[in-house]
Design a protein around this ligand. Structure first.
Ligand SMILES: Nc1ncnc2c1ncn2[C@@H]1O[C@H](COP(=O)(O)OP(=O)(O)OP(=O)(O)O)[C@@H](O)[C@H]1O
Length: 264
């Protein structure tokens, strides 16, 4: 049902040819001298186009750092990241909506930044609100929405960037279990419909197994790839199903062992 996969050079070549996100021996250091922090140390990872990859690891192991490097918000200190001609969009735990704009305005602004004209902007924003099932809330302001609805707006705004790669940093971390469950279904639907490549950071092991084609377990800082779990289960999966729970337990054990090793 599941298996641990060791990456091969052939995997890398195939994925690179198809325009995937490929990280090769990525190192990230912050600062210099004795106070320098090595956040990532030799991370190699292949994210196939159209795949869903979840990143797990102890707090501070470099997950957000990895996303910001893929997004091009920061430079690598060593190694390389390739995502051939693929624009990327990001979504965070906080929806970071503009409180003075309506839901529609918050989506339209992302289109405006991309230079989309006024009339097309309105139509496209309405379409995106339909995609995230918020039609009818277009003229509400963020404070009138629930946390889950705000994350739907944030998702619509990320989709407005028309990027083929979506980077998500604990996007559902602050939501209750039921809302999260519903958003898993929605995200899975949108990921499939739009053929997105998703890189998703989470602390929730079951969430990672519920969503991922592969779950990447990083070591404690400095982050290195400890293991890549292929999740060969039919979709949609239920977060409380026995196969999801079984693999999540296996990964949790590995994570616990890693955290314990560094606590000594
Ligand atoms: N701009 C920065 N300057 C200096 N150190 C940084 C910077 N950003 C991150 N770090 C350090 O790099 C390490 C990795 O941080 P990062 O936020 O990537 O980890 P994380 O796995 O996302 O953590 P968490 O799970 O707690 O969100 C941490 O030790 C952090 O303090």
């Amino acid at each position: 049902m599941t298996q641990t996969r060791i990456q091969t050079r052939a995997d890398d070549d195939t994925a690179r040819a198809a325009g995937a996100v490929v990280l090769t021996d990525v190192v990230k250091r912050y600062g210099r001298g004795p106070g320098a922090v090595t956040a990532l140390d030799g991370v190699s990872l292949t994210v196939a186009p159209g795949s869903f990859t979840c990143l797990l690891g102890a707090s501070g192991c470099g997950k957000s750092t990895l996303l910001s490097l893929v997004a091009g918000l920061d430079d690598v200190s060593g190694g390389a990241i390739e995502h051939v001609d693929q624009p990327v969009a990001m979504m965070f735990q906080e929806s970071a909506l503009f409180p003075w704009l309506t839901v529609l305005g918050n989506v339209e602004i992302a289109l405006r930044v991309r230079g989309v004209g006024r009339a097309e902007r309105r139509n496209r924003a309405l379409e995106l609100l339909e995609t995230v099932r918020l039609t009818g809330f277009a003229h509400k302001r963020p404070h009138e929405l629930s946390g889950g609805m705000r994350q739907r707006v944030a998702l619509a705004r990320a989709l407005a960037q028309d990027a083929s790669v979506l980077l998500m940093d604990e996007p559902f971390g602050a939501l209750d279990a039921m809302t999260r469950d519903i958003l898993h279904d929605e995200l899975e639907r949108i990921w499939r419909e739009q053929h997105l490549t998703v890189l998703f950071v989470t602390h929730n092991v079951r969430e990672a197994v519920r969503l991922g084609d592969q779950v990447v377990l990083l070591s404690s800082r400095p982050g290195r790839v400890l293991n890549v779990y292929d999740v060969a289960m039919d979709r949609p999966r239920r977060i409380d199903s026995a196969p999801v729970a079984a693999l999540a337990a296996e990964i949790t054990d590995a994570l616990r062992e890693e955290v314990g090793r560094h606590a000594n």
